[in-house]
Design a protein. Structure first.
Length: 251
DNA sequence: TTGCATGTTCCGGA
DNA sequence: GTCCGGAACATGCA
């Protein structure tokens, strides 16, 4: 996510959009190929922002909102570069192409005429996980009794954590994914917030969740050993999502 | 061929 | 009303 924001920030700010090519309308939401082209051709990209898993790409006119689902990517390419088979939308500019690439098309692109409309699209989304204070984090998490894994993944509560990151955060905080928010004391909640900040800041710096050997990430296969204590990791479903945790050091 | 996958949303049941 | 699991979505891979 953060990596895709950088793609825009480093290459596209100020670039003039000459053409918008939609190769698969399946990724468009609330607009059409013609609508997207007419709204953005002739506009210039402004400074992008990220909120949770959303990338906001303002122009000197409308605001483009991008979501990447599980398999989406944003690429900066020379105009001459051949299309990738999963390039769904191409924004051709005077400097090169911004290409929205996505295999599974689970989410896609939205168009907001102005910032008020963009706010309405994100109205149900909670505060960004890296912007939330410890106090607010604890207040939002404990507002209701929820399973930890489920509440961390709930974008309405806190925006930005996906399945792998939620597992990583719980592993760092040494908390079992199937415990509930009601069981945690202040210390455990503070540890959860600290783990969240550490994991996300490292991920943001790297532009992705780093596949480090000393992290849980990269140990998702059954039978793998916990990189902290060496005990076998457990793989199961929690809150309906595949979940990896260490029964020995997560309590 | 079948099941699973890094996300979101809708639905039915508790 | 709230919360949870399951299904659906579209596609590729083991």
């Amino acid at each position: 996510m953060e990596g895709f924001r950088r793609v825009l920030a480093e290459h596209a700010v100020g670039a003039w959009i000459s053409e918008v090519t939609v190769r698969d309308t399946g990724v468009l939401h609330g607009t059409t190929a013609r609508g997207l082209h007419d709204a953005l051709a002739g506009r210039s990209f402004a400074v992008p922002a990220r909120h949770g898993k959303w990338l906001l790409a303002p122009t000197d006119g409308p605001i483009l909102l991008l979501h990447f689902g599980m398999t989406g990517e944003l690429h900066w390419c020379a105009a001459a570069e051949p299309y990738h088979r999963h390039d769904r939308v191409i924004f051709a500019t005077d400097r090169g192409d911004v290409r929205y690439r996505d295999m599974r098309k689970l989410t896609g692109l939205w168009l907001a005429p102005d910032s008020a409309a963009a706010d309405r699209l994100l109205a149900g989304t909670g505060p960004d996980a890296l912007a939330v204070s410890k106090q607010e984090f604890i207040a939002r998490l404990t507002a209701r009794r929820r399973v930890l894994k489920g509440v961390l993944l709930d974008q309405r509560v806190i925006a930005g954590m996906g399945n792998l990151v939620a597992d990583e955060v719980l592993w760092w905080a040494r908390l079992r994914p199937d415990r509930t928010t009601a069981e945690l004391d202040e210390g455990a909640l503070a540890a959860l917030h600290a783990a969240l900040r550490q994991v996300l800041r490292t991920g943001v710096r790297a532009g992705r969740v780093p596949p480090r050997k000393d992290w849980l990430t990269g140990h998702r296969d059954a039978g793998a050993a916990c990189p902290r204590c060496g005990h076998p990791l457990r793989v199961s479903k929690v809150s309906g999502r595949s979940t990896v945790w260490c029964p020995h050091c997560q309590r």
